[in-house]
Write a protein that binds this ligand. Sequence first.
Ligand SMILES: [Zn+2]
Length: 76
Amino acid sequence: MTKKFTKPMKRNWKDDPFPASGRHYLYVCPDCGSRMELHDLRDGDQAYWCHPCAQGHRAGEPPLEALRHEASGEVA
Ligand SMILES: [Zn+2]
């Protein structure tokens, strides 16, 4: 028996520069640790925004400090 696990869905996963974004990672504010909200920008891009701090970053270029793994338990 030979099984091939070559599904088209797998390719999208590998092409994603942030494979866990929106899946097992949380976006939190590097300063206050609050959960950041995804907002649409006027130029069509999207950004994560922290309301208490009034600061944020574009979804395409999140700082590493803003990424928290859900299962790591390191959520501040
Ligand atoms: Zn904040």
